[in-house]
Structures are given as C-alpha cells and as structure tokens.
Design a binder for this molecule. Structure first.
Ligand code: PEP
Ligand code: MN
Length: 364
C-alpha cells in the first residue's frame, strides 16, 4: 500500500500540541444545553488548563430513539466557549451540511467519526465541502479494523488541500466484546503511522473502554506507544449525561488522571527504533490476549467433556488419547520451529489443568 499524503504544514498544526506534555482534548460526548457546555468548559479550563474543547453537536447513534444531539442550535454555545474562554473548539461533522454550519460558526477543528470514516461516499462529501478551506481535521479510525479504509479517508481529505490532519484511534467494533466496548487493536494505528510517519496520533480511550474505570490504563498505554495526545470525554455531571454517561469523567477526575499518567522518556533519540519496538510489543500483547481467549475456550470444552464422562461413567485420563494428541502436536510444532522441550512442558501444563477440572466435575 502506498500513499501520497504529505503533511507539509505539520509544524503549524503542531502549535496546538504542547511538546512537553501530550495534548489533551476533552469535553462532553454531546452538547446538551448552553449551561452544560459553559459549566463543563469553565471547569476544564480552570482545573486542567485544557486548550481544546470537544462536544458532539450531531450524534451518530447506533440505534434510533436515543439522543441524537441538539443540532446546529448548539454551535453558538461552542462559539461562546471559544470567545469567552479562549479555547479551541472541535466538533464532529458527518456531511456537507454539518461542515457548512460548523465553518459558519467558527469551529476551529473538525473531526470525522468512526462510522463516517468507514463510508467513502460520506468522506468524499465532507472533503468536497472543505475545498478551499484549510481547517485542521481529525479523522477517527473506521469502526472495522481496516488500515486501508482509514488511510483512504485521510487521502480524500488531504486531496482537497487540507494538510493539518490528525488520526484519532478509538478502537474497533467486535462481536465478542468483553472488557472493552471497542477493543483497541493497537497494531492498526501503529500500521497507519508506518504509512504516514508524521501524522499526529491521538487516542480516544473513552470510546475504546466504554467505562471510566479503564480510561487511565488505555491512556497510559497510548502514551507508552508515543501517541501525541488524548481525547477524553468529560462532563461536569456525568450521571446526567444524555449520551455515553458511563464513560465520562468530571473535570476533577480528568485532572487526577492526567497527573497520574507517566510520560516516559524515549529510550535513546531514535524515534523510528522506538516506534518499531512498541509496535512489536503491542503485537505480542495482542497475541497473548488471543492465547488466553483460546485457553478459556479450551477449558470450556474440557468441562463439557468432563460432564459427558461423568454421565457415561468414563475414566478421566485416557492414556491412548493423550499419547496421540502429544504425537500430533509435537510433529506440527517441529515444522513450526518450536522446541520439543517447550511444547512438551506447555501441553503438560495444559493437560494437568484439564485433568484437575474434569476430576473435580466427576467427583462433585
Ligand atoms: C464521539 O466522539 O462522541 C463519537 C461518536 O465517537 P465515535 O465516532 O468514535 O463513535
Ligand atoms: Mn461519545
């Protein structure tokens, strides 16, 4: 995959970024009322010295009949934040009409949401509406883990003359959701950065985790992977929020979190080496998570077999079956370059745990 994205004006875009401390963009999921916007923005400015304020005006909701945003009547509230508090303001646009209204109301930075990035027709419509306007645009990853689709959206926006572009990593939809609402799949933003090395990459832990208790964990990981900043949802009264109430932090809690996050120094001066190391490590983390998922599934099957053995009065350990299984696995692993000693001890440990589980079931 090649691309011709050349972010020439990177330095002027970087003026938004505090180089000592990564940038933080915060604000409520949705603009709900003038009072909610002003109160949240004031607290963010006073408590965290925040400079970029976010709020969704038009909300893309997965299901209808939920709060879909206040619409354009909320734009003057953002303008007020900009004029009275001196903050940069940003909102999501999902069509040409949104772009037109946002520009008319002096919004400083636009962002394209995950559902829009996944649709090239929508991205093209937004790009067409932006012709001749060099406003910074942040592009969220598409909801599906497809680096080419993300890169394609960046290329479409870049092709109309916009060169202040940042990526926002907000995780990817998954059928098998467990801990996180949108699992991060870190290899995707890392791969994107391999194609466009100087693209600022911002992590949105709020939409990755879906619950405020894990925002710190993901924020720290993003910093350890050398992301340029964070976009975190914050509401002055999260429990009353009309959307994403569970994942929003009060400005005070956001401040606590930002103070806790460790910004580590890079090992040596060579960014490229460090990025590569982090990329490789995140691949290991993902693979380990897969291993654990597989173990969990394996142990469930072991339990089912245990019940079956109990009902049919069969013994737990069937030596012949174990010998066959080991013989087959050793032969497969030899071709994969895995050592015999390692595979032996690995499977013995799994087998021991399986026997323990089945013995318990049979004797219960
Ligand atoms: C949002 O930022 O509030 C939002 C709707 O995000 P996403 O596009 O990542 O779902
Ligand atoms: Mn949200």
């Amino acid at each position: 995959m090649t691309n011709d994205v050349n972010l020439k004006n990177f330095d002027s875009w970087l003026k938004f970024l505090n180089k000592e401390r990564p940038i933080c963009i915060a604000g409520p999921c949705s603009a709900e009322s003038e009072h909610q916007i002003m109160e949240t923005a004031k607290q963010l400015k006073n408590i965290t010295e925040l400079t970029i304020f976010r709020a969704g005006i038009w909300k893309p909701r997965t299901r209808p009949n939920t709060f879909e945003g206040v619409g354009e009547k909320g734009l003057p509230w953002l303008k007020k934040v900009k004029n009275e508090l001196g903050m940069f303001v940003t909102t999501e646009v999902a069509n040409g009409h949104h772009v037109e209204k946002a520009l008319k109301n002096d919004i400083d930075i636009l962002w394209i949401g995950a559902r829009s990035t996944a649709n090239p027709f929508v991205v093209q419509e937004i790009a067409d509406a932006l012709k001749g306007v060099n406003i910074p645009v942040m592009i969220k990853n598409p909801i599906n883990p497809d680096t080419a689709l993300w890169l394609g959206a960046i290329e479409r926006i870049h092709s109309v003359g916009i060169d202040k572009i940042a990526g926002i990593h907000r995780g990817f939809s998954s059928f098998d959701v467990k801990k996180f609402r949108n699992p991060p799949q870190w290899q995707i933003p890392i791969e994107l950065r391999n194609y466009i090395p100087n693209i600022p990459m911002i992590c949105d832990p709020s939409h990755i985790v879906g619950n405020k208790k894990w925002i710190e964990e993901i924020s720290q990981k993003a910093m350890d992977l050398n992301f340029d900043g964070l976009m975190i949802e914050s509401h002055f009264d999260p429990k009353s929020a009309l959307s994403d109430a569970q994942q929003q932090l009060t400005p005070k809690d956001l401040k606590k979190l930002l103070d806790k996050i460790r910004i580590r120094r890079l090992v040596g001066e060579d960014d490229k080496l460090n990025n590569t190391l982090s990329a490789m490590r995140s691949l290991i983390d993902d693979l380990d998570a897969n291993l654990l998922d597989t173990m969990e599934k394996r142990m469930k099957v072991v339990e089912t077999i245990g019940m079956f053995k109990k009902q049919n009065n069969l013994i737990v350990l069937q030596q012949k079956r174990w010998d066959e299984l080991m013989k087959r696995n050793l032969s497969i692993s030899k071709k994969k370059g895995l050592s015999k000693a390692f595979v032996n001890s690995f499977f013995k440990s799994i087998h021991q745990e399986s026997i323990n589980k089945q013995s318990k079931i049979i004797n219960d």
